[in-house]
Design a protein around this ligand. Structure first.
Ligand SMILES: [Zn+2]
Ligand SMILES: [Zn+2]
Length: 349
């Protein structure tokens, strides 16, 4: 039986086409997944809008998408992890397993990592916004059948958020700042709340997304355009926060992070900042002896994220604002970009 496999292929900035992709035979350890729900991520939006992300420019057409859940449609002869009909979430990180980073247990920073739906390697690896993506069984995580797929599709971004919080060390009893209430910032906030932070304060320029933050249980939200005085108050005594997460992708927000973080505190960079020069006053890190850390994707947090979602420990429903079919791709990407309207936009099949 040969089925069609239509995928959302980006040919260049703002040029996305629904077209046929390979429907290849499976290798022994491959799993063919029938796409059900996939979230649009900031990475997808960068490629769609600019044809590049974090400095990686598209060299050839590529199918986008790396946040995906679906139903196992077919398995290779040696697959044991999942069976046909299982609901699965797909971990998109494809590490080499043998480089120094992999040996250190850090597949997220693998030197030879392949990441679907991106231009980080040439030839690019197709992403999951296609009807029947094929992945290795080790990337498939079986989901409980009572976990709605639209919620399970948050497993990947939630893993990124969880990894950032884990990297910051214990946040129990700490004051935590998150600049940027996009999907990742909101999920970092939710993780910090669950992890026992004393105060979780979220900033943004848009009220709509700050309303969503309130539903996730944060202590306070600040619209920095409307209430810059509040930031000044939090700057007192060298800074109110023990840990700040920059999740907005804007240089001024990173400055807010280190000026509002106390001496000896930690600033965690989770966002993709503009790939251009900046005029940040980085002496702050030396003068206040702060740690500046980066967090990229995740390591062993994928399974934990599924458990958090399945156990209803983190309720992502307030974040899910829109769903579209592949045929409505341009509309989906445009709404995803409008932060007054949307938080998380998903494709559904
Ligand atoms: Zn993502
Ligand atoms: Zn590696």
């Amino acid at each position: 039986m040969t089925l069609k496999n239509l995928g959302l292929v980006l040919h260049g900035a703002k040029d996305i086409r629904l077209e046929e992709r390979a429907f290849a035979d499976l290798e022994a350890l491959d799993v063919r997944v029938e796409f059900k729900v996939g979230g649009i991520c900031g990475t997808d939006m960068h490629y769609y809008n600019d044809g590049q992300n974090a400095g990686f420019e598209m060299q050839s057409p590529v199918c986008l998408g790396h946040e995906m859940v679906g139903v196992v449609a077919e398995i290779g002869t040696k697959v044991t992890r999942v069976a046909v009909g299982d609901h699965v979430a797909v971990n998109p990180i494809m590490p080499c397993g043998s480089c120094p980073a992999c040996k250190e247990g850090r597949p997220n920073i693998c030197h030879n990592k392949r990441f679907p739906g991106s231009a980080t390697v040439i030839p690019h690896v197709d992403g999951f916004f296609q009807q029947f993506p094929v992945v290795s069984e080790e990337n498939c995580w079986k989901l409980p059948k009572d976990l709605p797929l639209e919620l399970a599709a948050f497993a990947e971004p939630l893993s990124c958020a969880l990894h950032a919080v884990v990297r910051a060390g214990s946040v129990v009893g700490k004051n935590v700042l998150i600049t940027g209430a996009g999907p990742i910032g909101l999920l970092v906030a939710a993780c910090a709340v669950v992890a026992g932070a004393a105060n979780v304060i979220v900033t943004d320029l848009a009220d709509g997304t700050l309303e969503v933050a309130k539903k996730l249980g944060v202590t306070e939200t600040i619209n920095v355009l409307k209430n810059p005085e509040r930031l000044e108050e939090l700057k007192a005594n060298t800074g109110f926060f023990d840990v700040a997460f920059e999740a907005s992708g804007a240089f001024p927000a990173l400055e807010t992070c280190y000026t509002l973080t106390r001496r000896g505190g930690t600033v965690m960079l989770v966002s993709v900042l503009p790939n251009k020069p900046n005029e940040l006053k980085l002496n702050q890190f030396m003068l206040k002896e702060q740690s500046l850390l980066g967090s990229s994707q995740f390591t062993d947090e994928f399974e934990k994220s599924i458990a958090l979602l399945a156990g209803n420990k983190i309720d992502v429903r307030p974040m899910l604002t829109h769903q579209f079919s592949f045929a409505e791709a341009d509309k989906a990407f445009n709404i995803a970009k409008d932060r007054n309207q949307s938080v998380k936009v998903q494709f559904v099949a």
